[in-house]
Design a protein around this ligand. Structure first.
Ligand code: TYD
Ligand code: ZN
Length: 412
């Protein structure tokens, strides 16, 4: 375990390197065509992961420029999952209870295609979404959502404050872990959160990632994997205090964090998770070494499976051109020579090619007709929804899961 030259972005301690993936592409940079020029010019960076055992945050050591990841070609549209839509509708109903419809407004940072704020727009609540990627902001606007295309930082927070005033609620789902300069965001939130306001953050949870060996949660974009301890460390520096958490199974295990500027009573759930993190030794480097070994085994197992089935002449496809799978595919050297294609329902992704491994992305509507022998469930976090849908479509395949271990499912 080497000490990195880099300092933790959360607490400024020296971080320890735990994983070097070599050259990796940006996970959501799908290629429009495959030819020599495109392939030669494909952007790659050395993806290294470090862990800070002072505050328990896992982070990418050298993050590519943010404009390379978030731009008008952003490939992730959150509304592709019916389950996620209903997940956010429930959060919307809960948040509306905390708001005075006449006075208050809600700010969402990373509002994507408007999947969450649409409920507020439909019910005429005052709201504002901020997102750095133009194409998803355009989709949000088409959904009737008031959205601004910008990176959220201190300057943006001042502009928003001047125009809209302090926000009663700030929501950041599956976005905070994208942001390299987390101190700047925390400063901006401190500027704009009302004294009696609530900050709600939700993203993949460190202990879940550790438990199921899903190192692929980390890629350029998922620059951090947070825990209660690391979020507390970050926000306490900016006088914002954690007082409650809620755990969900979404995205392979996520935590929702509730913060306030006030000194609210800490809930027993929060205390339970604080203890759980301590019991799981998140401040011990050996925890992360074991995790690394587990992840390497998972990657090897998947590679060996694909190679052996390919030698038998079987057709192996994928389902869900996820950003996560870019880490696994590139790290395990599973590319277009081994995988026939990946099926996905996102219009923006169909007809493009996966970064680094150049596997064609096909319309999920073709899946039933094609019926590949084996289908690797890259969107494993949407397993129930996808397998049920394809069962109803009478699709025939053998599903291959690889997280937390290799498993074949015959659900046809
Ligand atoms: P997701 O796991 O949400 O995220 P990430 O890209 O951050 O790893 O991506 C799920 C992908 O699976 C997305 O490209 C949409 C696709 N998908 C389908 O094609 N069909 C479905 O029924 C669902 C739920 C997702
Ligand atoms: Zn730290």
């Amino acid at each position: 375990m080497n000490k990195s030259d880099c300092l933790c972005r959360v607490c400024s301690s020296t971080i320890s390197d735990i994983f070097d993936f070599g050259n990796m592409p940006i996970a959501n940079n799908l290629m429009p065509v495959i030819n020599d020029t495109y392939t030669k010019n494909e952007y790659k960076y050395n993806m290294k992961i470090g862990v800070c055992i002072n505050c328990s945050s896992l982070q990418i050591v050298n993050v590519p420029e943010k404009e390379l990841m978030f731009n008008n070609q952003y490939a992730y549209f959150a509304s592709q999952s019916e389950f996620m839509k209903s997940h956010f509708e429930k959060l919307g109903n809960k948040v509306m209870q905390l708001m005075d419809k006449e006075k208050d407004y809600i700010l969402e940072i990373g509002s994507n295609d408007g999947i969450f704020l649409k409920y507020f727009a439909d019910k005429q609540y005052k709201h504002l979404g901020v997102d750095a990627s133009e194409n998803v902001v355009e989709t949000a606007k088409k959904n009737g959502v008031n959205a601004l295309c910008s990176f959220f930082d201190e300057e943006t927070s001042i502009e928003i404050n001047n125009k809209y005033g302090k926000a009663k609620i700030i929501v950041i789902t599956n976005t905070m872990h994208h942001i390299e300069n987390c101190q700047e965001v925390a400063k901006g939130i401190n500027n704009i959160l009302a004294e009696d306001g609530t900050l709600i953050i939700e993203d993949p949870y460190l202990l879940d990632m550790y438990k199921i060996g899903s190192i692929e949660q980390v890629y350029a974009e998922h620059n951090f994997i947070w825990s209660l301890h690391s979020y507390k460390t970050l926000f306490e520096k900016h006088s914002i205090k954690l007082f409650d958490v809620e755990h969900f199974d979404t995205h392979g295990g996520s935590m929702r964090y509730y913060f306030s500027k006030q000194n609210l009573n800490k809930t027993s759930t929060m205390q339970e998770y604080i203890n759980l993190e301590l019991n799981n030794k998140i401040f011990d480097i050996n925890t992360f070494i074991k995790f690394q070994e587990n992840c390497i085994n998972i990657s090897k197992e998947l590679y060996n499976f694909v190679v052996s089935k390919s030698k038998e002449g079987k057709i192996i496809a994928g389902y869900g051109a996820t950003a996560k799978s870019a880490t696994t595919l590139n790290y395990s050297n599973i590319d277009k020579n081994l995988i026939s294609c990946i099926y996905d329902s996102t219009p923006f992704k169909i007809g493009k090619y996966t970064p680094g491994t150049h596997i064609e992305i096909k319309d999920a509507k073709l899946f039933t007709k094609d019926s590949p022998d084996y289908t690797i469930l890259f969107a494993w976090n949407h397993k129930k929804e996808i397998i049920e849908k394809e069962k109803n479509n009478k699709s025939k395949t053998i599903w291959v899961e690889y997280i937390p271990e290799l498993k074949l499912t015959y659900e046809n």
